[in-house]
Write a protein that binds this ligand. Structure first.
Ligand SMILES: [Zn+2]
Length: 256
């Protein structure tokens, strides 16, 4: 860290007072957020406990967040919907995002568990799989993104908003049982994990965060992820986090 990067840690009340004194620096009409709908119609991602593909959950939630941001004055939002097989679609997302010169990239997903943890049950006469062991949302950032600080800042802002609305983050990613999905928890207070290799986070030339909005393999949480109440809580959290992020945004903050 160089001296120029050093910022004293102001108490929250002082920072709040400073923010209230200063007019917002955020020009919402110019601030572009890309909402990346995880997976594609051809490669649907995880399958929920009740056999609904993750892609449908991702699309519905991303579309609601888009509406919420537009109502809030962020009218340059782009809903990024990719097509085709899974892996090429990741590079396609990154290329499209980088052409859009956006200020923030948020990839929307819903969580499952490693295959070895799946249990069987019957749903509507069909053998189905679930795991009620874990629940909650998770936020991932890549330290290989060239805007590491901006990514981390937005991840923390989003985590704080979700926490303030009573939602708990998923704790299992630090546990050995997660095997190759194990991650380092970089913010234990609001739940931000580090996942350097994620293609959509490392390749995007803007601050980028991936949100696993909740577990759809957990039978109870799947129902909650279908509820208007939970959809509202998550889209409100994301919208508020974008407002604060846009307000605090300075070009020099995004340097590593
Ligand atoms: Zn996913």
């Amino acid at each position: 860290m160089s001296l120029a990067d050093f910022k004293p840690a102001w108490p929250e009340e002082i920072r709040q007072a400073r923010r209230e004194r200063q007019p917002s620096k955020c020009d919402r009409s110019q601030f572009r957020v890309i909402l990346d709908v995880g997976h594609t119609a051809e490669a649907l991602g995880a399958i929920s406990a009740r056999n609904v593909p993750e892609y449908y959950f991702n699309y519905r939630l991303a579309a609601q967040i888009e509406r919420s941001l537009i109502e809030d004055g962020f009218d340059k939002i782009v809903l990024l919907v990719a097509r085709g097989p899974a892996r090429p679609s990741l590079f396609d997302r990154v290329a499209r995002a980088n052409r859009l010169s956006a200020n923030l990239f948020v990839s929307i997903h819903h969580d499952s568990v490693p295959d070895k943890l799946l249990e069987s049950w019957e749903f509507e006469g069909k053998e189905s799989h679930f795991s009620d062991r874990f629940r909650g949302h998770s936020i991932f950032v890549s330290y290989e993104n060239r805007h590491r600080n901006g990514s981390l800042l937005f991840g923390r802002l989003l985590g704080k908003q979700l926490k303030d609305r009573g939602l708990q983050y998923a704790r299992q990613y630090t546990q050995p049982i997660m095997g190759r999905y194990r991650r380092k928890l970089v913010d234990p207070d609001v739940g931000v994990y580090r996942y350097d290799q994620l293609i959509v986070l490392r390749g995007t030339q803007m601050p980028a965060v991936l949100l696993e909005a909740g577990s759809i393999i957990n039978r109870e949480e799947e129902l909650q992820m279908n509820s208007a109440e939970r959809l509202d809580l998550i889209s409100a959290s994301l919208t508020t986090a974008v407002e604060i992020f846009c307000d605090r945004r300075r070009p020099d903050r995004f340097r590593r």
